[in-house]
Design a binder for this molecule. Structure first.
Ligand SMILES: Cc1cc2nc3c(=O)[nH]c(=O)nc-3n(C[C@H](O)[C@H](O)[C@H](O)COP(=O)(O)OP(=O)(O)OC[C@H]3O[C@@H](n4cnc5c(N)ncnc54)[C@H](O)[C@@H]3O)c2cc1C
Length: 861
């Protein structure tokens, strides 16, 4: 074993081997993989080997599609077969709601370039005759599904990596990780220490233990998982002989089961409700190639439904039940990327579908390590997407919930209950007493809407408008006409201070930094000129002679943004960044009477001229020291008031008492989001994401190319000079009783006109190099964009996709935001657009100016 390596990958499961292969392919050959035992000694060896491309996150779906198409490549390089069976598969819906879900998935698949198709239960039965089709109302066919040999595939990655120069060391456990002052890692193994620049945690079942070696608790947990194999079945052989085809894969939502042909019999796996974590606190190092005891009672309820839905299988004898553990993160997607707060410590773990996702994970991570950027929008699997609140016990509760709902539909207004409440603000009990329906916002309980007194504060989950529609409308109207108050503790808040803080922020942000006491809105770009943040920044008065800026951003992106800030901090420690998390909480008041209300609570003049729109001031509110921004996301006259948690109850009480004479109401997050829609305001992670440029995102007025040289400036200047291909636009939709949720296709009546190729980007052109140092671009399925292929219906064509939307209660319109070709972005003609909602195309019209207060007069008053 060599004593130095550029990178050490810990773990020889399918994920570690894929990471090793991709690093080697990117030109890093001084790399080694260290495996405790033999390759596939974790969960990889007993996997059912199924793969598919569908995923709730379109960007993860795209990386899954890449994984599937990669198998041919590694077979060719390694000479090792993966035993690929590309059978195709169906998802079966047993209720109209599940059919709505499939319609949505199908609609999304369209612009991702997936060839999914909605089919009848009888058509599904023709491909899987063991089912009783009368149990179902419909199905979705996906041709890119199948199964493979898990061990062969892992070895194919490993052999291909070796051929490219990587070293693999077996039967050697990593026992300790320490880091030198210069950043070098000491990878202490049973066979000695390796000095490495980078360490990658691909520990699978032991990922948590490897995390603990560097002082972190990764939110990952292993669950027991069972599948059964039947004896050979004559029906299967008969089908194969008569059609010349293998039976397809079937996913049954109701039974929470998947099934497919395995040799001459059937494999059937369950995601049972009564699921069981495995080794919940720590994983024994001596666990190896053994299986767990099957527990037929646990899966009996799923099997009962399974045998009813697939009576053909019930008749077959069960040959074997496999029970093995594999790992999950809270939401079922992987944990990939550099860990915030550490240098050159990388994760590729919690990969619950290694054979669907392993390739994409390896590609994204190797790009990130070699070129400093994953090259794709990998937020859906970024290790930074969970906060400190994801503790061992929190993770345990959430992973169990996720597992037991693996095939359940998540409705757009559905909040999941496990591990809640976790974080609460001092106003939690007050909000509950006010009949608030609470939601989880990055682990924090946040009021969503207020149910009328005497009614149960609970969402009726639905794809259609639901029981919150009326109350939210009332919250919006009362706020717009009088005044409303809401909690905003769930924003991210940071303070940047120190000499040179302004220069530092000017280098990071696209807008000019504000003068003392003023606020700016500013996007943040990566080197490729893509949007990686959107912030509100205020300049506070200097303290101790040092510059001080307050920053507010997206709650969910706190670790993601901290990682970026830390990466760019000067090494001399002159600038400090403090993330407040819940040590700073807030309230926002908005509406025409909000100034009168606030004036009663402060001892300074806050008239229009004394405290202008976009002003920032530290002042006492109701006797509590606060920071006040004259700005709100409602787009109305309003204020954001920030205080230490100890003062929040005092300030809220003062606002409520002072507000009585003005007709003050409480409003929740959903009313806030409704109000932002009628102002055409974008949201981070929906409208604004790293796949879009700032001009595509219609953020033009916040991009000051003429100021200093900021990160991404050159690329942004190029985007502006060439003209963005896409534009973010707002629509008014002629919806019925359901509004858009996001990811719906946008149709346009373009006739024979060509508005340019319409593409949904996933990657963003980060340069990559092959082993010979030659630059390669768009060389595989994941790197390019998804062309919206051939989706044509007469004069109509799919030209874009929705990012978010809903009902704008004050203007009484259903609204949507999304991306369309730039040439169409300002065309407000009626009859030009349609947006597909739950499978039905509804007329839509571009709305360039926001329907509420287009001149912005109200917020400036
Ligand atoms: C019953 C069952 C059915 C499944 N079916 C499917 C399926 O149909 N499709 C699908 O895609 N996925 C399936 N999976 C999941 C799949 O197995 C996992 O997604 C995949 O194996 C994860 O691979 P990994 O490389 O991350 O982890 P692992 O396979 O657990 O590999 C981790 C490796 O790291 C090594 N290691 C850990 N710590 C150290 C250390 N300190 N030093 C050195 N080496 C170390 C371990 O020995 C191990 O070999 C199934 C899993 C089970 C249990």
């Amino acid at each position: 074993m060599k004593s130095h390596a550029k990178a050490v990958v810990i773990g020889g499961g399918v994920v570690g081997c894929s990471v090793l292969y991709h690093l080697a392919k990117s030109g890093w050959t001084d790399i080694m993989l260290i495996e405790r035992s033999e390759l596939t000694s974790g969960s990889s060896w007993h996997a059912a080997g199924g793969f598919h491309t569908l995923n709730g996150d379109p960007n993860v779906a795209k990386l899954q599609a890449y994984t599937v198409q990669l198998y041919k490549e590694i077979e060719e390089i390694s000479g090792q077969s993966c035993s690929l069976h590309l059978t195709g598969g169906v998802m079966m819906a047993d209720t109209p709601e599940r059919m709505d879900f499939l319609r949505l998935a199908h609609a999304k698949g369209r612009y991702l370039g997936m060839d999914t198709e909605l089919i009848t239960p009888s058509e599904a039965k023709a491909m899987f005759p063991l089912m009783d089709e009368t149990n179902f109302v419909g199905a979705m066919w996906d041709p890119v599904e199948g199964h493979l040999d898990p061990s062969g595939t892992t070895h194919a990655y490993a052999k291909a990596a070796r051929k490219l120069g990587a070293e693999i060391v077996l039967r050697n456990r990593v026992v300790e990780l320490t880091q030198e002052v210069d950043g070098t890692w000491n990878v202490v193994t049973e066979q000695g220490t390796v000095k490495a620049e980078h360490v990658v945690n691909c520990g699978g079942l032991w990922a948590r233990e490897i995390g603990r070696m560097v002082g972190i608790e990764l939110p990952v947990l292993a669950m027991e998982h069972m599948y059964l194999l039947t004896e050979p079945m004559p029906e299967v052989e008969e089908f194969n002989n008569s059609t010349g085809r293998e039976m397809i894969g079937v996913l049954d939502f109701k039974g929470e089961i998947y099934t497919r042909q395995e040799r001459n019999g059937i494999l059937l796996g369950t995601y049972e409700k009564a699921c069981k974590p495995w080794s919940p606190v720590s994983t024994p190092w001596d666990f190896g190639h053994e299986l767990l005891q099957p527990d037929i009672d646990r899966i009996a309820p799923s099997l009962e439904i399974g045998f009813k839905h697939f009576p053909g299988i019930e008749k077959a004898g069960i040959k074997q039940i496999i029970n093995g553990p594999f790992t999950f993160a809270l939401d079922g997607n992987p944990l990939v990327g550099p860990v915030q707060g550490l240098t050159n410590f990388w994760c590729a773990c919690a990969v619950m579908a290694g054979f669907s996702q392993g390739g994409g994970v390896g590609l994204a991570l190797s790009n990130w390590m070699v070129h400093g950027d994953p090259g794709f929008d990998v937020w859906g699997m970024d290790v930074a997407r969970f906060g400190e609140w994801a503790t061992l016990r929190y993770t345990n509760a959430k992973v169990r919930e996720n597992y037991s709902r693996r095939f359940s539909i998540r409705f757009p207004n559905e909040e999941l209950p496990a591990a809640r409440p976790a974080q609460t603000t001092p106003l939690y009990d007050t909000m509950i007493a006010n009949n608030a329906v609470m939601g989880d916002s990055w682990g924090l309980e946040t009021p969503l809407w207020f149910a009328p007194r005497g009614s149960e504060p609970k969402d009726v989950v639905s794809f259609h408008r639901s029981n919150d529609f009326g109350p939210i409308g009332e919250e919006v109207r009362a706020t717009r006409e009088k005044v409303g108050v809401t909690e905003i503790a769930n924003f991210a808040k940071y303070e940047v201070s120190g000499p040179g803080a302004e220069d530092f922020l000017n280098r990071l942000m696209t807008n000019r930094m504000p003068k003392t006491g003023r606020i700016v809105l500013t996007p943040m770009l990566n080197e490729f000129g893509r949007l990686i943040g959107d912030f509100t920044i205020a300049k506070a008065s200097p303290r101790g002679g040092e510059e001080r800026f307050m920053i507010w951003g997206s709650s969910a992106a706190q670790k993601y943004h901290m990682r970026w800030f830390e990466k760019h901090l000067p090494k001399d420690g002159s600038i400090r960044i403090h993330r407040f998390d819940q040590t700073l909480v807030g309230l926002s008041i908005a509406g025409p009477k909000s100034r009168d209300l606030l004036q009663k609570l402060v001892d300074v003049d806050i008239s229009t001229t004394a405290f202008r729109f976009m002003d920032f001031r530290e002042m006492a509110v109701g006797g509590a020291p606060c920071m006040v921004n004259r700005i709100t996301y409602t787009g109305d006259l309003g204020y954001e008031i920030w205080m230490a948690p100890a003062y929040q109850r005092l300030v809220y009480k003062a606002i409520k008492e002072a507000g009585e004479e003005f007709g003050l109401v409480d409003f929740g997050m959903r009313a806030l989001l409704s109000m932002r829609l009628e102002k055409n305001f974008p949201t981070w992670f929906r409208e604004l994401r790293p796949i879009y440029g700032p001009f595509e995102g219609s953020m033009d007025r916040f991009i000051k190319l003429e100021k200093n040289d900021f990160i991404g400036r050159e690329a942004a200047a190029k985007e502006q000079a060439e003209g963005p291909k896409l534009r973010r636009v707002s629509f008014i939709v002629d919806a019925a009783d359901a509004d858009v949720m996001g990811d719906e296709p946008i149709w346009a009546k373009v006739g024979g006109k060509d508005y340019g190729t319409v593409e949904k980007p996933h990657g963003y052109g980060a340069p990559r190099f092959d082993a010979g140092g030659k630059e390669v671009r768009g060389s595989n399925a994941a790197e390019g964009a998804s062309a919206v292929r051939g989706i044509v219906d007469g004069d109509w064509r799919v030209v874009g996709w929705v990012t978010s939307g809903g009902y704008a209660h004050y203007v009484e319109k259903s609204m949507a935001q999304g991306y369309v070709p730039a040439a169409l972005a300002e065309n407000e003609s009626a009859g030009l657009f349609e947006i597909e909602i739950l499978g039905h195309r509804r007329p839509a019209r571009v709305n360039v100016e926001p329907p509420f207060d287009p001149s912005g007069e109200k917020m400036r008053t």
